[in-house]
Design a protein around this ligand. Structure first.
Ligand code: PLP
Length: 495
């Protein structure tokens, strides 16, 4: 039987997976959620000997039920190939008392590649299944990493165009260089004067603009989303949590059925939600530890049950987590209302109108498997230095937030359950913050000198993604105000 996808904000009108992937967001502004979370068909022992690609098929076919197995296999094989610099795709590295699940071995060296290398294939397949003739226009707001990973995934994919908005002064120099040098006639990159939330709100408003949609239709276009609200991104992210457990089991680090904890450096709540879904599928996960930086809206939420975005926004050394509206949290809120769309819609309305909502004590009771923590920039830098000095392993700033929160968690709870830490970016992507954390005197060097130095210090090869941009020409230089986003889209599409 097909898994059906419902909006988090209204009852009725379910769609199939392929339609949910094409639409991205429901017409009522809600997010699509599966009607139930399927359980894994194979035991962990059976999964333990499998490749990443085989595991991906076993997980994804349970959610994307209107895709044939052949179609999914094709998508998986096109995505998880030599674009990744390791055959295991997502290796686990033991360091300093935890297992780092390295999710940064794809084309743009951040974990977004795990989902965005497959999304274009899922989307093209979905378009074919639904007899779509329009060009699909991917509209994306990015805090730095999604943008490049989506650009890389969709560049020159026939029948698609991709438009990326990023906060002009809110991404790292290497992130910006990666985006503005993007090749492909169907790509368009725009910096906005504003922060990530402004970009994301702008994109959401455009998605909800009926008049704009009509104009698009007349021009032979339709929008879709590559943001983590798309279930076509969420589902592929469940795979590596299943895979990491299977790997731990396979290598004898844990016994079959033994619980693990998972720590996720969190921004939009997509990655940790995928871990929560993996748990519901049957992976023996105990605690889901949600790590925030100084934008600790989620930490406060798990402490108090109040989600309050009315606060100062901090630009930190972990920019991909500089987010005050964690969109995917809505899926969890919907779940803990007992899948009550009306109740959820009320809370989300309050978030839009007042910037705040409070969940009931009964709802809060259902969040016990989550532990919220945060790390300041100083703690993050200290953790990079500490782990490096302890064992020579160099963390990126986002992973270091998670690592620091994990240490605080253990100090507070004395819980020594084996722990997987999602390692979401290569340190080469945030070279300056990483290197100056190890030794402040590195600040004198240029970004690319630091790249060479990091390579020597960590004894790791410079990733191809970094080598490429050293000499690549800038191809995108559009900058706009946040209220000009619709205008620049019309210009790009010739509407
Ligand atoms: C996107 C991103 C995150 C946050 O992930 P969410 O799914 O948005 O919570 C963390 N670290 C890095 C490096 C990222 O690119």
């Amino acid at each position: 039987m097909n898994v059906q996808y419902y909006s988090t904000r209204s009852t009725g009108n379910p769609v199939l997976a392929s339609q949910a992937i094409l639409k991205g967001l429901s017409d009522d502004g809600g997010l699509f959620v599966p009607d139930h979370i399927p359980t894994l068909e194979k035991s962990m022992a059976e999964l333990a000997g499998q490749t990443y690609q085989e595991t991906a098929l076993d997980v994804m076919k349970l959610f994307l039920t209107d895709f044939t197995e052949e179609e999914l296999k094709h998508c998986i094989e096109s995505a998880y190939d030599s674009k990744f610099d390791t055959e295991v795709i997502a290796p686990l590295v033991e360091a300093d008392g935890a297992y780092y699940l390295e999710l940064f071995h794809g084309a743009t060296i951040a974990f977004k590649d795990m989902a965005l290398s497959i999304l274009p294939h899922l989307m093209i397949t979905a378009a074919r299944k639904n007899q779509i003739r329009n060009d699909i226009v991917i509209l994306t707001a990015t805090s730095g990493d999604t943008g490049k990973a989506a650009l890389a995934g969709f560049a020159d994919v026939k029948g698609t165009k991709i438009i990326v908005f990023y906060p002009k002064n809110g991404v790292s120099p290497i992130q910006e260089k990666q985006m503005v040098t993007q090749k492909g006639d169907n790509t368009f990159v725009v910096g906005i004067h504003g922060n990530f939330d402004d970009a994301q709100t702008g994109v959401k408003n455009i998605f909800n603009d009926r008049a704009f949609a009509k104009q698009m239709e007349e021009g032979g276009f339709q929008f879709s989303s590559a943001n983590s609200i798309n279930i076509g991104r969420l589902v592929p992210q469940i795979v590596y949590y299943v895979y990491s457990y299977a790997q731990l089991l396979h290598s004898g680090k844990i016994a079959d059925g033994e619980k693990i904890n998972v720590v996720v450096p969190t921004g939009n709540f997509g990655n940790i939600l995928a871990a929560h879904y993996a748990k519901q599928m049957g992976v023996p996960i105990e605690k889901l530890i949600c790590a925030s930086n100084e934008n600790k809206v989620l930490f406060d939420f798990f402490e108090t049950g109040v989600y309050d975005r009315n606060r100062e926004f901090h630009l930190t050394s972990s920019p991909s987590m500089d987010i005050l509206i964690s969109s995917n949290l809505e899926r969890l809120i919907y779940e803990i209302t007992g899948r009550n769309a009306e109740e959820n819609a009320k809370l989300m309305k309050s978030l839009t109108e007042k910037g705040v909502y409070e969940i009931s004590p009964e709802m809060k009771e259902k969040l016990k498997e989550f532990f919220g923590g945060f790390a300041t920039q100083q703690e993050t830098a200290d953790q990079i230095r500490k782990v490096y000095e302890d064992c020579g392993y160099i963390l990126d700033t986002h992973t270091a937030v998670a690592s620091s929160v994990y240490e605080k968690y253990v100090a507070k709870t004395a819980d020594h359950t084996p722990c997987v830490i999602a390692s979401t970016a290569s340190p080469f992507k945030f070279t300056r913050s990483v290197m100056t954390a190890i030794d402040a005197s590195y600040d004198k060097m240029s970004d690319f000198e630091l790249v060479d130095e990091l390579s020597k210090l960590g004894n790791v090869k410079i990733p191809a993604a970094i080598e490429e941009i050293k000499s690549a020409p800038v191809r995108h230089d559009t900058v706009c105000e946040k209220d000009e986003m619709p205008k620049v889209i019309r210009e790009f599409l010739g509407l």
